[in-house]
Design a binder for this molecule. Structure first.
Ligand SMILES: *Cc1c(COP(=O)(O)O)cnc(C)c1O
Length: 402
């Protein structure tokens, strides 16, 4: 049975490795992976972990040990995946607006390739013909996801080839003899309404009718996890049952078989992550009480970039009186993590933890203000291990020519 990591463990790790520090509990990743595979067991379904959420090689290895496959968006992610022990067939490369040479490099590494614009499709077809199978990323023009910034299927999106360009896709495929193995869509992140997936699936079925040779439909991601106390995860059990029923019907009507693929990022690694920071300063102004912490958007940018909500708790004073705070960073730029947050009384020196910090946390960090990136620690089988050292001053100068 899964038991969440305790405040005492988090404090112990922060004391040992210093703060700020990212801490990942692999037991939570395992639980999330098992929930998904269980929910979709009625139909052959594959899960490609969208590793841009968190690419530490130790995390990639853990996911591989569970049986997850890997979705990569850059050639470097592909290389990290290979380093973590994934075989080329277990890796799907889904690039967007990359140089054609990067795609050629991917063919040399032998990984699966997902193409998302006509120009590249044509170049690929001219170069490889039917000798290297591909998947085609379709933009079904379904508006989905938490907000416009994280939605990728809408009309203004740069992702995928529009369904309205289907005739053009067919022309390129026919002329070049491309071997199309699968169809892909990814309409966005944090989709609450499972009907959106099913709507997308219907669109993909329509297209699949025009590609009798395909083996799979990849529905991308959009699996939501709860960030706020009163939010709910995507109901994967209900979705699994509905997808299985829809595919079974399609298979029966058309006498063919189709695997279903997904590419969850956040769902697998968001909740495993804890970002522990220290309260540097309590600052009373005329308007609010600020808690200034020893971090900023250089380490966790989601609140500022996406207006994302991360639950924050004071693990050093969990029984303290509840008070209202505005939590900010130490960067010379407005970097508000949270307005009007009720926390147990925060004293200077207390550790605060940002929950759900596994996905797009460390991964989007930078050295802005010449600050150092934090360490990453992984908890596995009850033991914690340092999986990335914090930056040191020399790292800031590493590539500077002096
Ligand atoms: C980012 C991305 C995902 C993962 O999205 P999450 O919201 O983290 O689950 C999946 N597929 C593709 C192509 C992506 O770019």
């Amino acid at each position: 049975m899964f038991s969440p990591i305790t405040n005492e463990q988090l404090i112990e790790i922060a004391n040992e490795f210093g703060s700020p520090v990212y801490i990942y509990d692999t037991a939570k990743i395992t639980e999330q992976y098992n929930k998904l595979t269980e929910a979709f067991k009625q139909h052959p379904t594959k899960f490609y972990y969208a590793c841009k959420a968190l690419t530490n090689v130790n995390i990639l290895k853990h996911l591989r040990s569970l049986g997850a496959l890997l979705d990569c968006v850059s050639i470097n992610e592909v290389k990290l995946g290979l380093l973590a022990g994934y075989t080329p067939e277990q890796i799907l490369f889904t690039p967007n607006c990359v140089d054609f040479n990067e795609i050629v490099d991917a063919t040399q590494l032998g990984v699966r390739i997902n193409l998302d614009n006509i120009s590249i499709l044509e170049q690929f077809g001219n170069r490889f013909g039917g000798s290297y199978p591909v998947c085609i990323r379709i933009n079904p023009h379904i508006v989905a996801g938490g907000n416009y910034k994280i939605s990728t299927g809408h009309i203004d999106s740069k992702f995928g080839i529009s369904i309205h360009q289907l005739r053009h896709i067919e022309r390129v495929v026919k002329t070049t003899g491309l071997h199309v193995q699968g169809l892909h869509m990814h309409t966005g992140s944090e989709i609450k309404d499972i009907e959106v997936f099913l709507q997308g699936l219907e669109v993909m079925f329509d297209i699949a009718m025009r590609f009798p040779g395909i083996d799979f439909i990849d529905l991308g991601s959009g699996f939501k996890v709860a960030y706020k106390e009163d939010e709910k995860d995507t109901d994967v059990n209900k979705l699994g049952a509905k997808v299985a029923a829809a595919v079974a019907q399609f298979e029966a009507e058309n006498e063919r078989k189709l695997e279903i693929w997904f590419e969850p990022g956040k769902y697998l690694v968001s909740e495993c992550g804890y970002f522990v920071v220290k309260a540097n300063v309590i600052k009373q102004t005329t308007a609010t009480v600020f808690v200034g912490v020893n971090s900023g958007f250089n380490h966790l940018i989601r609140p500022m970039f996406y207006e994302a909500y991360h639950r924050i708790t004071n693990i050093s004073n969990p029984a303290g009186a509840q008070r209202i705070y505005t939590v900010v960073g130490n960067i010379c730029e407005t970097d508000t993590f949270a307005w009007d947050r009720v926390l147990n009384e925060v004293r200077e020196g207390d550790y605060l933890v940002f929950h759900n910090a596994g996905a797009y946390g460390f991964e989007m960090s930078s050295n802005f203000n010449s600050r150092l990136k934090p360490a990453e620690v992984m908890i596995k089988d009850g033991k914690h291990t340092l999986i990335r050292r914090a930056d040191v001053f020399e790292d800031l100068l590493k590539n500077q020519i002096i």
